[in-house]
Write a protein that binds this ligand. Sequence first.
Ligand SMILES: [Zn+2]
Length: 106
Amino acid sequence: MDTPKIDKRFWFKHKGCEGKHYLIGNPHTFPGRILAWCPIKKIDFCVSKAEMDEISESAQYWLEGFLAGNQPYPPLDDNGDLDFESPEYKNWLLEIKEFRKTGDWK
Ligand SMILES: [Zn+2]
């Protein structure tokens, strides 16, 4: 693949590889998954926040916005409405809190 247009501010260290890697965008695989670029292997690949070691300040802002916009919808009741008092909704709140922190969706 040709080197994609990368923004050098959005770097992170990838566990299991060397040097800086760069955030590219959304691979549309599953929630929290991010498309990134490895300059050593010259490939794009999918990565989650949990697989990142060091993250640049700019990349941290990028990730926060990405995960906020990427969090799965809350569960709906039988009428297709949100029930803010349901145990499912309360559990979802805990799950997205964890998701925003780790980037992993169970
Ligand atoms: Zn790499």
